[in-house]
Design a protein around this ligand. Structure first.
Ligand code: 5AD
Ligand code: SF4
Length: 445
């Protein structure tokens, strides 16, 4: 119904940060669509611009400031433009006031715990012309039933728990996302069943620490029980989950992956550092040896499993020896992929107050070495796929080469191959001809 679209009703959302934020944005978008708004990908066209922010690292914050500054011109051109800003950054003490001072033309500010109130705020701004700043310090009960406007029609994220209780010393997440709380299994199962009825084939269960799923619920349920229940849903093809904390990964989860056909052979297990001294300072509650034991067990129980991780370089006090321990761990594990980060000081976290902060040039040098080591492992891991037949869920035509279809294996590897549109949305068997550094080239068999 393009012709009926009213330009006053167009909104633009930009999202920084993790999948959790992506999912929140899908809900914000879902709520706006329910009250009659249309999404646009152009800021110039929009009458509402919403920034969903991240504060896990400083550079994510800087990008938000830059983008907010750039909106001044648009606001001058269109006095009715409504600018909203929400997400993790807003939960930080003093941040909302800082933003209002620097960017007084912002109309709505809210945090991670009250995003369900966005339509109400919007209504008030439009009808009363007020500026709104409302941030809840604490998490609320989980609000169910918020409509979700999903990016893909094949793959969906489903949050199973919110918040984090771990307080790793570098991390702001527990401060901005609140304490751990799990959704009832019934709500999760119903959401997935509904997705399947709409044609979704793959879901990724999200939580900061999925292995503590179920704690605090009235029902007596563990994460592996939930996985087994989800595996029973007819029509669903693939289930992934993230993130697992090495201190909490129980072997009944590994057993579940072995037993359940829909659970993909893929585990995201952030190690953060290979040095026991640094792991202790990070408050991670496992050591290098325990981590490597878990990896060994996973690899021996689940053949061809893909293991990914998160790693930080330049944590306070990290010596060359500590960093070399990280490099040697990376070599030993041979990750299928890794998110690598330069330590970023975050206000109010214990690590920010630690002495021996590492100079930027050392951090960057270590980062480059780490990326190199990770890439060697990734290329080796991909090579193992050559001449093998893999199951691929076809997502569409490749962004880089529109003559090829593109999809992922159960282990999350990107595969490109020749084929026509009729394969989109289907599971196909593909023979891998060649491994490239970050993707595989194959042919349908
Ligand atoms: N600096 C750098 N990386 C961080 N992460 C979390 N906090 C910080 C920080 N202050 C990384 C961790 C985490 C991932 C989501 O972000 O590796 O697993
Ligand atoms: Fe942050 Fe640690 Fe919680 Fe992950 S487990 S969100 S790194 S505090």
């Amino acid at each position: 119904m393009e012709s009926n679209q009213n330009t006053d009703l167009k909104y633009y959302i930009e999202t920084w940060g993790c999948q959790m934020n992506e999912e929140d944005s899908e809900k914000l978008s879902g709520m706006l669509k329910r009250i009659g708004y249309y999404r646009t990908e152009s800021k110039e066209e929009a009458s509402i611009i919403l920034f969903n922010t991240c504060c896990v690292r400083e550079n994510a914050e800087n990008k938000v400031f830059g983008n907010l500054g750039a909106l001044k011109k648009l606001k001058e051109k269109n006095k009715n433009l409504i600018i909203g800003i929400c997400g993790c950054m807003m939960q930080q003490k003093g941040m909302a006031d800082k933003i209002l001072k620097k960017f007084p033309y912002v109309n709505i500010i809210f945090g991670t715990h009250n995003s369900y109130k966005f339509p109400e705020y919007l209504n008030r701004v439009r009808s009363e012309g007020v500026q709104i700043k409302e941030i809840f310090d604490k998490e609320t009960e989980i609000i169910e039933g918020i409509p979700v406007d999903r990016e893909s029609s094949l793959k969906a994220f489903v949050t199973i728990m919110y918040g984090c209780n771990n307080f790793c010393t570098y991390c702001v997440v527990p401060y901005v996302r609140g304490r751990e709380r799990s959704r009832k299994s019934e709500d999760i199962i119903n959401e997935i069943k509904e997705l399947v009825s709409k044609g979704y084939k793959e879901i990724t269960l999200l939580g900061q620490n999925v292995n503590s799923y179920g704690k605090g619920l009235e029902e007596n349920i563990k994460f592996s029980d939930l996985l087994r229940m989800i595996n029973e849903i007819k029509g669903l093809e693939r289930v992934r989950f993230m993130t697992s904390h090495p201190k909490d990964l129980d072997f009944d989860v590994v057993e579940a992956i072995k037993d359940c056909d829909k659970l993909c052979e893929q585990i995201h297990l952030p190690v953060q550092s290979g040095s026991n001294k640094v792991l202790k300072e990070m408050n991670r509650h496992y050591d290098r040896e325990q981590y490597l034991d878990i990896i060994k067990k996973i690899k021996s129980e689940i053949p061809d499993v893909a293991i990914s991780t998160d790693i930080i370089v330049g944590f306070p006090g990290e010596t060359d020896e500590d960093f070399n321990e990280t490099l040697s761990l990376v070599k030993e594990v041979g990750y299928d992929s890794a998110f690598t980060f330069i330590y970023s000081r975050r206000n109010h976290t214990p690590a920010d107050k630690m002495e021996n902060q590492i100079p930027d040039d050392v951090k960057h040098e270590r980062f480059n070495k780490l990326v190199e080591a990770v890439n060697v492992g990734v290329i080796n891991a991909n090579k193992k796929y050559e001449n093998k037949v893999v199951e691929v869920l076809v997502e569409g035509f490749s962004k880089n080469d529109s003559t090829k279809l593109s999809g992922r294996t159960r282990t999350g590897k990107l595969v490109n191959f020749i084929g026509d549109e009729s394969f989109v949305g289907k599971l196909v068997n593909v023979k891998v001809l060649r491994a490239q550094p970050f993707s595989l080239i194959g042919e349908i068999i």
